[in-house]
Design a protein around this ligand. Structure first.
Ligand SMILES: [Zn+2]
Length: 271
């Protein structure tokens, strides 16, 4: 079974987390990603209240760590600061009941890709040691620009090397943009799911975290997100592949229209 939700508060709700949860319940959606993308600014008490309220309304939560993270920064202090930001996100996400935490890992800076991989892996090792005590999983996102670390292979390898606290966030729109138009057919979507299963085991496709939206891209990859109906992204075949291969977990919609495309996906999935 897949749960469907929005990246942050739905557009049709008042701009606070509690109203967002209520609106999702009204719409019969299942999930919301807490957006800590500009910093983790909520208190422990509020995080606890959000947890209780989401539970009561049967809305599952995940979170998105700050954008200001680069685990391959050329400046050592910035790597340390990035590690601390992820740990802080993990602490608040744990209290909020948001188990999956999405992280943008960093940039290549024209360095050798294997060296970048090792830098990011070593930084994540430190994160793993600090978050053992929290009920969270760090989800390294597949990224849309070819200058960003985060191909499908890299993200799966990190998970394979670092164990169950580090898992992928498969952003299918980003994969499509990063490959300049590929990964957009039923067979290609099935291949992605098979790759996850081969590298991480069958459990991994029974506990996925997926991002999806329409997307605009050029030869460098992602430009910006779009609504499905304004883009070439083949969301219909994606849902078919996820359903046929019995993938389970959470699908977060990042189209600008948020809840409209999330509902489109949920309705396709159930019909
Ligand atoms: Zn993201």
């Amino acid at each position: 079974m897949l749960l469907f939700g929005t990246a942050g508060i739905p557009n049709s709700a008042k701009k606070d987390t509690f109203s967002g949860i209520l609106r999702l319940r009204e719409l019969n959606l299942d999930a919301m990603e807490l957006e800590f993308v500009h910093g983790v600014k909520i208190s422990h008490i509020n995080a606890q209240k959000i947890n209780t309220f989401a539970n009561k309304n049967n809305i599952s939560l995940s979170s998105h760590a700050p954008y200001y993270i680069n685990l391959n920064s050329l400046e050592k202090e910035k790597i340390e600061a990035s590690i601390l930001r992820i740990i802080k996100t993990a602490e608040i996400s744990h209290i909020s009941g948001a188990r999956n935490i999405v992280v943008h890992p960093g940039y290549y800076h024209n360095m050798d890709k294997l060296e970048v991989y090792n830098n990011i892996k070593n930084a994540l090792k430190k994160v793993v040691q600090e978050i053992e005590k929290y009920n969270v999983v760090i989800r390294i996102e597949t990224m849309g620009k070819i200058s960003q670390f985060g191909s499908l292979e890299e993200v799966l390898n990190l998970s394979q090397d670092l164990g169950p606290k580090i898992m992928p966030c498969i952003d299918f729109a980003h994969l499509h943009a990063r490959t300049i138009g590929k990964i957009n057919s039923y067979n290609e979507f099935c291949k992605v799911i098979d790759d996850i299963q081969h590298k991480l085991g069958k459990e991994a496709i029974k506990d996925v975290h997926i991002h999806v939206s329409g997307i605009k891209y050029n030869e460098k990859g992602e430009l910006h997100h779009l609504n499905f109906k304004e883009s070439d992204f083949n969301y219909i075949d994606l849902i078919k592949a996820l359903k046929d291969l019995e993938v389970e977990g959470m699908v977060i919609c990042e189209s600008p229209n948020l809840e409209e495309d999330a509902l489109l996906l949920k309705n396709l999935y159930h019909n």
